[in-house]
Design a protein around this ligand. Structure first.
Ligand code: COA
Length: 455
């Protein structure tokens, strides 16, 4: 939007129905909502991996725009590309049979020539896409420097089950320092699915494995695969928005997964086990998929996280003892309202609990008041475990439980943690904003503050 949309003259006390103004308001609201992500991602390193199909697809131009945007926001990017369909095309043109063993191409010398041609031209195509700068496109004014180089040392895969894979290789070493130096200069690093060995030979690598090795070597903050499906789906084809690395490991051989997903999941599982905190799978056939995945709370694909989300779960009857141990000291010093054991037993399903090494370290509960309003109560983190983000994780958990049952307004009463909640998006409100039932129970002596968050 180039023009200001503030020329209207609607009286101030009338609701604004001007569509241009509504659009502008939505734009401003959207921009403000993405700001926390922009701040969180600045200076972070993402490895983006995509196959030759994504480059041959219709959305390649807008993909380049989005990469440019990510780079402009200060995200350090390593791109790793494949070229399977282009290699197949070269082989077909030269009348060479395409042969595979297990998940690898059998790359003889003639096949290697085709690989080099195909990979070389895809590389140049991506470089050209990222060098666009036409006015009236999102690339206008962009000055991204794209750098390649011999950052990957390869070695032959050798003979598998009696079959010599010849010039098919695996990653032997990643020049992490070299890569990081380029990223620190603000350059985008573009890598292909090829690597050289110290003997001077070139090897054909799987792009999924190159991305995995690079992400682990440079300790990337995110490893992202653009694939032929929107994300990882369950047997019924329903998209799984988030998975733990353990759950991904169980799924990785499932026969309903798309070919791309089957190729990248093992890499994601290995990378997670070597320290990559977040891996994402998004579809290259969705315009703006990267932006939606990174800059919206819900995302659009699948995020696979290293930590087992099992650490946070709904409480069970056998957690009562642990809950009492957590909240009793806070009840005694007046921070929390006393809840007798029988109440806890009756209301245990309202609680979520967070465990560290199987020890309960925090809890919180959700009380539904109907009509889309609920209360977050009894948020407590063990004093020895504070400052590790457990409090925040619990609030997020309660918020998602609340959203799942259609809650629009979540409130909390607190005497000691007002600022903690304000910093997490809650706003101070008057007591008369509470649901009637709660107002009647409000303990005037405690003089708790009321904070509300719209979900
Ligand atoms: C409030 C509470 C749940 C936070 O738990 P936590 O796991 O330490 O929270 P996080 O790790 O997500 O956040 C820690 C940050 O909040 C800050 N913080 C902690 N308690 C705070 C408080 N009462 N007021 C303002 N900020 C606070 C910490 O200084 C830290 O900030 P930093 O990262 O800038 O150093 C925990 O302190 C607690 O159990 N308090 C007693 C119970 C309570 O007051 N509950 C709320 C009423 S229901």
């Amino acid at each position: 939007m180039n023009e200001r949309a503030d020329g209207g003259s609607a009286p101030q006390d009338e609701p604004d129905v001007n569509p241009a103004a509504a659009e502008l308001a939505a734009f401003v609201d959207w921009f403000r909502r993405v700001t926390p992500y922009i701040n969180a991602f600045r200076g972070k390193t993402f490895v983006l991996a995509f196959g030759g199909k994504a480059i041959a697809g219709p959305l390649v131009k807008t993909f380049a725009y989005d990469v440019n945007l990510l780079a402009s926001l200060g995200i350090r990017l390593v791109l790793v590309h494949g070229a399977r369909p282009q290699i197949e095309e070269e082989l077909r043109e030269k009348g060479i049979e395409s042969r595979h063993h297990r998940a690898y191409r059998i790359t003889d010398a003639d096949t290697l020539d085709c690989v080099l041609d195909a990979v070389g031209s895809v590389y140049l195509e991506i470089e050209a896409l990222l060098s666009q700068g036409l006015p009236n496109t999102p690339m206008a004014g962009s000055q991204i420097r794209v750098i390649g180089g011999n950052f990957i040392t390869a070695r032959p895969l050798g003979v598998l089950d009696g079959i010599d894979l010849q010039y098919s290789g695996m990653v032997r070493k990643v020049d992490a320092e070299g890569l990081k130096a380029q990223l620190a200069l603000g350059n985008i690093v573009l890598l292909s699915c090829q690597g050289c060995s110290p003997t001077g030979e070139i090897f054909n690598l799987r792009m999924e494995e190159v991305a995995e090795a690079v992400a682990v070597a440079i300790k990337a903050d995110k490893l992202v695969y653009l694939t032929d499906s929107q994300g990882v789906c369950d047997r019924e084809g329903v998209l799984l928005g988030e998975l733990t690395a353990d759950a991904a490991a169980e799924l990785q051989n499932a026969d309903w997964l798309s070919p791309d997903i089957r190729r990248c999941l093992p890499s994601i599982v290995r990378a997670s086990r070597q320290g990559i905190g977040r891996a994402h799978v998004v579809g290259y056939m969705q315009d703006g998929a990267l932006l939606q995945e990174f800059f919206s709370r819900e995302g659009i694909g699948t995020v696979i996280s290293r930590e087992s989300l099992e650490r946070i779960r709904e409480a069970r009857a056998d957690d009562i003892g642990a809950l009492i141990a957590l909240i009793e000291p806070l009840e005694e010093d007046g921070t929390l309202v006393h809840r007798p054991r029988e109440v806890l037993e009756r209301e245990i399903d309202k609680f979520s609990i967070i465990l560290h090494d199987n020890m309960a370290v925090g809890c919180a509960a959700l009380y539904d008041y109907g009509e889309g309003v609920a209360e977050l109560v009894c948020l407590a983190v063990h004093p020895a475990q504070r400052g590790w983000g457990y409090g925040e994780q619990l609030v997020e958990r309660i918020q998602s439980r609340a959203r799942a049952i259609g809650i629009k307004r979540l409130f909390v009463l607190t005497t000691r943690a007002v600022h903690w909640f304000i910093e997490r998006g809650f706003k101070l409100e008057d007591i008369d904003q509470l649901p009637l039932q709660k107002r009647q129970m409000y303990n005037l002596q405690r003089r708790s503050k009321v904070l509300v968050k719209s979900l």
